[in-house]
Ligand binder design. Structure first.
Ligand code: PLP
Length: 406
């Protein structure tokens, strides 16, 4: 009986150069992003211009968290109290939370067997709800067919906001994830592709959206100190019309992130190598199903998802439990009881519960999720596959017994 001993929540250390820069910033004492001397650019403003260059967009704003970026993005594109906002039903709770925080009403869209938003249901719900906005989560790095998404948005006059918390560094058909909508939002929370503990940013090519986002984020009248921001003239009226929702990033986090950006593409390639070993191994195990991913989807495999189709609830629980006992931490998105970071759509009870989502329920019923930290190597991934294979054998009688009973 094999067991695995490495923790699934262990990140790599912050690079030494980032630590050195963070210490330098602390020695200055100037941690607030607008606490600059003379014309010196702040660490935060420099990070924003480097992120904008990486994403190939003119404007970027860093802020307190990914969820905060989503909230400010919604307000900055004009979503406000009472507005319907379409979003994925398979996502993380900060996504509907950001919609609620903007005073809007989340309208949950069904999930396809490929874990992505169901495009036919999206079109139907856009029609039925009259929503003017789509907050599209590239949940766990799964990128929907962006050509179809863009077409639905055009046909239904939806402003598209992309939640790229798991797709920093990913592309659709060669085009950077986040470049398809009006705004893209990212998280630099510890479990994402850049790690500053907490943090986030948004990127846009629209000068007015950016000016509103900057004022919302708490720039006061100091927006002139941004680099990846529009000309001060754009702020003339916006600075007076836009409430300050104070949620800035600070120079210490920015210092930690700037150096990490140099390693991002390399890290994405490392994630994909580990993901490849896991995917190939899991695919060969009887009982597991992994949806094929289109060639256009150039994802970053910082986590892996698979389905246990036809497994009764009891067997899924036995599988997850036995994996955990042998050190393999798998999360189940079908669990009725919200646990740790994972919660099913029907546990967000502040959302109008009148509409059920039977297709999403079916998909989530067998949906398992595993983090792929960069502290693992390919050998670790092969061992994880072996453990999962053994556990599948072990739970086979439970599966068959409950099948017989049914
Ligand atoms: C992490 C995450 C967020 C929110 O990011 P925070 O920085 O934790 O607020 C939003 N959407 C998805 C899909 C996420 O995984």
């Amino acid at each position: 009986m094999k067991t695995f001993t490495k923790p699934f929540t262990q990140q790599e250390p912050i690079p030494e150069a980032a630590i050195a820069r963070a210490v330098e910033v602390m020695r200055t004492g100037r941690l607030h992003r607008y606490n600059t001397l003379g014309d010196e650019p702040s660490e935060t403003a420099l990070l924003e211009s480097e992120l904008a260059a990486y994403l190939d967009v003119p404007y970027c704003l860093t802020c307190a968290s990914g969820g905060y970026a989503l909230h400010v993005a919604l307000r900055s594109v004009g979503a406000g109290p009472g507005d319907a906002v379409l979003c994925n039903s398979f996502t993380l709770s900060p996504v509907p939370g950001a919609i609620d925080n903007a005073g809007c009403r989340p309208v949950l869209v069904e999930t396809g067997p490929d874990y992505k938003i169901d495009i036919a249901d999206l079109a139907a719900k856009a029609e039925a709800s009259g929503a003017g906005f789509l907050l599209l989560s590239h949940m766990r790095g799964h990128i929907a067919d962006m050509d179809s998404i863009v077409a639905v948005c055009r046909d239904h006059n939806l402003v598209l906001i992309e939640d790229c918390a798991h797709t920093l560094g990913a592309r659709w058909n060669g085009r950077m994830s986040g470049s398809f909508g009006a705004v893209a939002c990212y998280s630099t929370q510890t479990y994402k592709h850049l790690n500053s503990g907490e943090g986030g940013f948004l990127a846009t090519a629209d000068a007015e959206i950016m000016a509103r986002a900057v004022i919302h984020s708490g720039s006061y009248m100091l927006y002139g100190r941004h680099i990846a921001a529009p000309d001060e003239s754009v702020f003339r009226d916006i600075r007076l019309e836009t409430p300050n929702y104070s949620g800035r990033m600070d120079n210490l986090r920015a210092a930690i992130l700037r150096e990490q950006l140099h390693h991002l593409d390399d890290n994405c390639a490392r994630w994909n190598r580990l993901h490849g070993v896991l995917e190939q191994g899991f695919r060969a195990l009887p009982g597991i199903e992994i949806p094929a991913r289109p060639q256009h989807e150039q994802y970053v495999g910082s986590s892996i998802q698979f389905s246990l189709p036809g497994f009764p609830e009891q067997a899924v629980r036995a599988f997850i439990g036995a994996c955990a006992e042998r050190g393999v931490e798998i999360k189940w998105f079908g669990d009725e009881e919200p646990r740790a970071f994972t919660s099913r759509f029907d546990s967000w009870r502040y959302i109008d519960p009148a509409v059920d989502l039977p297709a999403t329920r079916r998909v989530l019923a067998g949906l398992c999720d595993m983090r792929v930290p960069l502290t693992f190597d390919e050998q670790d991934c092969r061992l994880i596959v072996d453990v999962v294979g053994e556990v599948l054998e072990e739970v086979r009688p439970i599966r068959q017994a409950s099948e017989g009973a049914a």
